[in-house]
Ligand binder design. Structure first.
Ligand SMILES: CC(C)(COP(=O)(O)OP(=O)(O)OC[C@H]1O[C@@H](n2cnc3c(N)ncnc32)[C@H](O)[C@@H]1OP(=O)(O)O)[C@@H](O)C(=O)NCCC(=O)NCCS
Length: 149
């Protein structure tokens, strides 16, 4: 029996194992995942007993926009409606009830997201990928320093 949770106290080690199965998330480090979890607004996880079998997360202002990231289901648990359950729980999450527009960036699985009501007709997206930049045009700008807490 699969159960879903929106608790944020997720062990990054569990997530690391899940991310290792995909090309786009393989190689993420424990330290980075830990920080990512801390800074994520809403997350939904799917569990088979103690085993993490699915995950999805949201960054949002809770009013205008929310973006959905890292939706993933363990290979041996795919095609059992777990991915659908994750995304539906995100879209219906009480803290996101006022969000006007959910944004999702995916190169694959358009069929999966279309079946959940997502459309690729209304918006186009552009991506700035740090790994693909040779030289930043703003190299001459003064750096913005992080506030010390
Ligand atoms: C994409 C993914 C999250 C789907 O999760 P899942 O649990 O296997 O999907 P579900 O069983 O909930 O499927 C829900 C519906 O989407 C359909 N679907 C699932 N994967 C699909 C795909 N790749 N293309 C088209 N339709 C798909 C299913 O047939 C099902 O339709 P139905 O409700 O009419 O029967 C999962 O396959 C996955 O983790 N893939 C690898 C990770 C990844 O790259 N994620 C994309 C990040 S943006």
């Amino acid at each position: 029996m699969i159960h879903f949770s929106d608790h944020k106290d997720l062990d990054p080690q569990h997530l690391l194992a899940l991310f290792e199965q995909t090309d786009w998330a393989r190689g993420r480090t424990l330290e980075d995942i830990q920080r990512m979890l801390l800074e994520t607004d809403v997350m939904i996880s799917a569990w088979d007993g103690p085993r993490l079998v699915g995950f999805g997360r949201v960054l949002t202002d809770y009013i205008y926009r929310a973006s959905i990231w890292d939706v993933i289901v363990a290979v041996s648990y795919q095609d059992q409606d777990i991915g659908k359950g994750l995304v539906q729980r995100i879209l219906k999450h009480p803290s996101l009830a006022q969000v006007e527009l959910f944004w999702l960036c995916t190169r694959r699985y358009q069929g999966f997201y279309a079946s959940l009501g997502f459309s690729d007709k209304e918006q186009t997206g552009m991506v700035w990928d740090r790994r693909k930049q040779l030289l930043l045009p703003s190299d001459s700008l003064d750096p913005i320093r992080e506030k010390q807490s």
